[in-house]
Design a binder for this molecule. Sequence first.
Ligand code: KG4
Ligand code: ZN
Length: 352
Amino acid sequence: MRVLGIETSCDETGVAIYDTAYSGGKGLLADALYSQMDMHADYGGVVPELASRDHTRKLLPLVEEVLAEAGLTRQALDGIAYTAGPGLVGALMVGAATAHGMARALDIPVLGVHHMEGHLLAPMLEDDAPEFPFVALLVSGGHTQLVSVEGIGRYQLLGESVDDAAGEAFDKAAKMLDLPYPGGPHVARLAEQGDPKRMRFPRPMTDRPGLDFSFSGLKTHTLTTLRELQSKGALDGQTRADVARAFEEAVADTLVIKCRRALDQTGLKRIVMAGGVSANIRLRERLAVECEKRNAKAYYPRGRFCTDNGAMIAYVGAQRLAAGECDAPGQMQATPRWPLDQLREPSACKTA
Ligand code: KG4
Ligand code: ZN
């Protein structure tokens, strides 16, 4: 089954085609991405209305691009999947309306899929894909969650952030350091030059049991530290890098401590890390060390599939559409808030 995947939940327009006739990454026939990052950078964050308008401009040209790359016509598609949430409602509507319109015209099934399920299963597109069951750490701009994954649609939430997401904390720390949006990669780059021994930032909620996270205190600590240094006239270039390093070390350590606990609690030996923050090299290094110690294995999507993309949506959509799941005709979904553990195993069409 050849499925067109459409991702428009935030500031990236992603489109891809996945074919279930092949397994793993070989099924990915084409993928294309347009990032709106430069446009939003001028405003220091995503402007929802501008995001929706830009998706409208870029989506159909990207659909043509992936069809050309795969050497297919629209008529060769067997289904369409789009991100139905969570995300910005206007941006989601662009993908949902386009997917439903195309599916109606082509008389093929269409399905709204969960953005975080896309991130969660993105490592399935790699040659070295994990087998079920595994623990997943989802770390994006909007979510920080530890999930026990038994199979597609069989997710149990183990813990999540009670306030800011890890990516959001990176973005806010970047703002405090006068770095551009989105801040994660910029903070990581600056942290490279920082001295890891100069400052130690708190590892929030690691001194008590449980798998929940909190990053707002770390954010306040970063701000207070920067203000104090500034008031002393001590905020030179090296000190900024040292602050970035202390912040990054604290986030990476906190996430890895909770991963270790999740592996202990579940007894599992495989862990998937996905979502934008999983691109962070320090976090990957820390997790690798931890996994080696306990004979566990970490799995990641390739760099460009860590952040938002159409390939993960095409993959999830293809698995579910192939099982017969689909939206009712004309019932497009755009759900800004949608807990991951509400998902169920793939099932036959809701309209049947
Ligand atoms: O998954 P994603 O592309 O979008 C959401 O679904 O939110 O994640 C974006 C987030 C942003 O907060 C960005 O700053 C962060 O991922 N990010 C990083 C890195 N690359 C992206 N954070 C830390 N280090 C990175 N290398
Ligand atoms: Zn995402």
